[in-house]
Write a protein that binds this ligand. Structure first.
Ligand code: GLN
Length: 450
């Protein structure tokens, strides 16, 4: 097959299915040209990603291709450069097919906060695909592309991967460059791969991981070949199941699939023991205060002058106000207000500072478990994909979907979601969490389980 064939196949599939799914916001018009050029040059490469179509979440900037963050504010924003991850994919010979739908500025758990259109879950179009990387998960589940990139601030790669029955990895904070990722909460954001299989996932992480001078939080570590870790067995491995992850709120169907997963892992030679992560009960308020605080600061750059939308107004102050009033959706405004409040003098100590202290305790909780165990397992989300519209009016219920994914971002550690069977005909995700830079262990467990 030629690269052109692969690209055409992907576009055909998108044309046939995306009216229903809604995964793509923008298609890359140049993809065919690029493919043709690659074929003409008869360029060959032993890079396993060579010639493969890939979708990119729309908060990752792409030179010359509109990058909207699914926001009216950036509806016509065309970046002047590529994100580091996009550059690396191009170096590997992958072809960007287009930009994927998401919750506006990555704020949400259902993709319903996109300013442009909802994404429907390919397993059941009346249900959400999860969020905020809903497009990134749905496109892989619908077979439009085999690989996509998402971003994960509090679960946005893993939760949609779970809801759509695909594999999603949130790497260790600092492993993948954030240069060119539109910042939501900079101390939590991380780009990662969504794929059909664990093996594909490892190939994609190989391509995007590694130090980048343009990201001051980028780690300097030796990079393993992640595909090498796929083949070891998990005999003797010690796994921990936190009781807080199987508590109230977890649906019977999800619980059953996770219990079965535990049996499977045991039959593969691992031991599984129950542990406690006592600070999980503070995860939601801690995260929503910290993430919103950082967001309120990061989104200050959208002033109507520098990027995207500029409202008509008489005075400069009004340009700021009206651009933001018209450009941002409800959830984004809610977070900016919450974050501004938590950071304001008089409240800072009670909210922002307190959350930072809880964050430190949470890191300690994980460190305690990793002193004795190789990895932590549990559900990725408490339920299967819910119906479109069901939680939209109730932000607190919506936020509760993230209870098992958020602690991982607060601690800066990696986690992967792998499909673990069906409940009521819908996919359940098994989450495997590891210590900093233990991605090889996570791939090993996930691949053995898969
Ligand atoms: N659902 C969470 C939120 O709304 C996580 C989002 C994310 O990881 N980008 O903030």
């Amino acid at each position: 097959v030629t690269v052109s064939d692969l690209v055409k196949e992907s576009f055909d599939r998108i044309e046939a299915t995306d009216e229903k799914i809604g995964a793509f916001l923008t298609l890359n018009e140049d993809a065919f040209e690029q493919a043709k050029r690659m074929d003409e040059l008869a360029k060959t490469s032993d890079n396993p990603l060579f010639g493969l179509p890939i979708g990119v979440k729309d908060n990752i900037v792409t030179k010359g291709t509109r990058t909207t963050c699914a926001s009216k504010f950036l509806e016509n924003f065309v970046p002047a450069h590529d994100a580091t991850v996009v550059e690396r994919l191009h170096d590997a010979g992958a072809v960007t097919i287009g930009k994927l739908n998401m919750d506006e500025f990555a704020m949400g758990s259902s993709n319903e906060n996109s300013a442009f259109k909802v994404v429907r879950n390919p397993w059941d179009p009346t249900r959400v695909p999860g969020g905020s990387s809903g497009g990134s998960a749905a496109t892989v589940a619908a077979g439009q592309v085999l690989f996509s990139l998402g971003s994960d601030t509090g679960g946005s790669i893993r939760q949609p991967a779970a809801y759509c029955g695909v594999v999603g990895m949130k790497p260790t904070y600092g492993l993948v460059s954030r240069y060119g990722l539109v910042a939501f909460a900079s101390s939590l954001d991380q780009i990662g791969p969504l794929t059909r299989t664990v093996e594909d996932n490892a190939y994609l992480l190989n391509a995007i991981a590694g130090h980048c001078d343009m990201d001051s939080t980028s780690a300097t570590v030796d990079l393993p070949d992640y595909t090498k870790s796929l083949h070891g067995d998990i005999k003797g491995m010690k796994l921990a199941l936190p009781k807080e992850f199987m508590a109230e709120g977890v649906s019977d169907g999800v619980r059953k699939q996770i219990e079965e997963a535990v049996e499977t892992l045991k039959s593969l030679g691992a031991t599984v023991e129950t542990v406690s992560l006592p600070t999980v009960k503070y995860a939601l308020p801690t995260y929503y205060l910290l993430a919103s605080s950082e967001a309120s600061s990061n989104l200050a750059r959208f002033d109507g002058i520098r990027y995207g939308r500029r409202a008509e107004a008489d005075a400069l102050e009004e340009v700021f106000t009206y651009s933001r009033e018209q450009g941002f959706g409800e959830e984004v405004k809610r977070r900016i207000m919450l974050g501004t409040y938590a950071l304001s003098s008089g409240y800072y100590d009670a909210f922002y500072k307190k959350s930072q202290q809880v964050r430190t305790l949470m890191k300690q909780d994980f460190a305690n478990v990793f002193a004795d165990y190789d990895a932590i397992i549990g559900p990725t989300a408490p339920t299967v994909a819910f119906k479109l519209g069901d939680q939209l009016e109730d932000p607190l219920t919506m936020y509760a979907n993230d209870i098992m994914t958020i602690p991982v971002n607060l601690a800066g550690i990696p986690a992967i979601s792998v499909p673990a069977g069906l409940s009521e005909g819908l996919p359940v995700g098994l989450q495997i969490i590891g210590n900093h830079f233990s991605e090889p262990t996570l791939y090993r467990v996930a691949h053995a389980f898969e």
